[in-house]
Design a protein around this ligand. Structure first.
Ligand code: GSH
Length: 205
């Protein structure tokens, strides 16, 4: 059975939604990030050497980390990933954009000390991160123009995009102005699995 190590409201909400949608029995294992459980010696040794979520324990007991690997794996396992080679490549392209550009912009807001040791520069790093993150949310809004889901069908991309909308809302960015993205969030919130995860992760809009 799969086990997901996740933090409430974190980027691990994407695989959490995918697992909840799958209908397959899995073990959800919450990690209290605020308390620093992800930095415990045993977590670093046995779960994730970088002290992060998500981390997925596979059926054979080994660990898989990084959304760029976890989401394609779960998507293929549960039929939430396109099979056509071009559509598959485009999905990977968007996962790469989310993981390597959108998410790090948000990290600059919450973790400026990871990007500069001088506290005097932290306010500027946060401010720049927020501006960049808002810009990327606008870009995702554009990607959703005239579409129900990011791909031709509902896929792992949609729960991943949902994470960033929730973060924008939490950071008090004017996300409601993003009409396509807000409609996407509303469609997501109609899905029973998303409702269950949002309740567990204390995400509301
Ligand atoms: N590249 C990783 C990023 C994982 C990551 O940064 N997770 C955050 C939550 S969104 C985390 O575990 N933060 C805890 C910490 O930094 O101490 C992925 O996409 O899986």
């Amino acid at each position: 059975m799969l086990t997901l190590y996740y933090g409430r409201g974190a980027c691990s909400m994407a695989p959490h939604i995918v697992l909840e949608e799958s209908g397959e029995k899995y073990t959800p294992h919450p990690v209290d990030l605020a308390k620093g459980e992800q930095r415990a010696e045993s977590y670093l040794k046995e779960i994730h050497p970088l002290g992060r979520v998500p981390a997925l324990r596979l059926d054979d007991g080994s660990m898989l980390t990084e959304n760029t690997a976890i989401l394609p794996y779960l998507g293929k396992r549960f039929g939430l990933f396109p099979k056509d080679p071009i559509a598959e490549a485009r999905t990977l392209s968007t996962i790469g954009f989310f993981a390597s550009t959108v998410h790090p912009a948000h990290s600059h807001i919450g973790r400026p000390e990871r990007f500069a040791s001088d506290p005097a520069s932290h306010a500027n790093i946060k401010e720049t991160g927020l501006k960049n993150f808002h810009g990327y949310l606008k870009q995702i809004d554009g990607m959703l123009a005239g579409r129900e889901w990011l791909g031709a069908e509902y896929s792992v991309l949609d729960p991943y995009a949902f994470v960033f909308y929730a973060w924008g809302h939490k950071r008090e960015l004017p996300v409601k102005e993003l009409k396509n993205y807000t409609a996407h969030k509303d469609r997501m919130m109609k899905r029973p699995a998303v409702q269950r995860v949002a309740e567990d992760e204390k995400v509301s809009f």
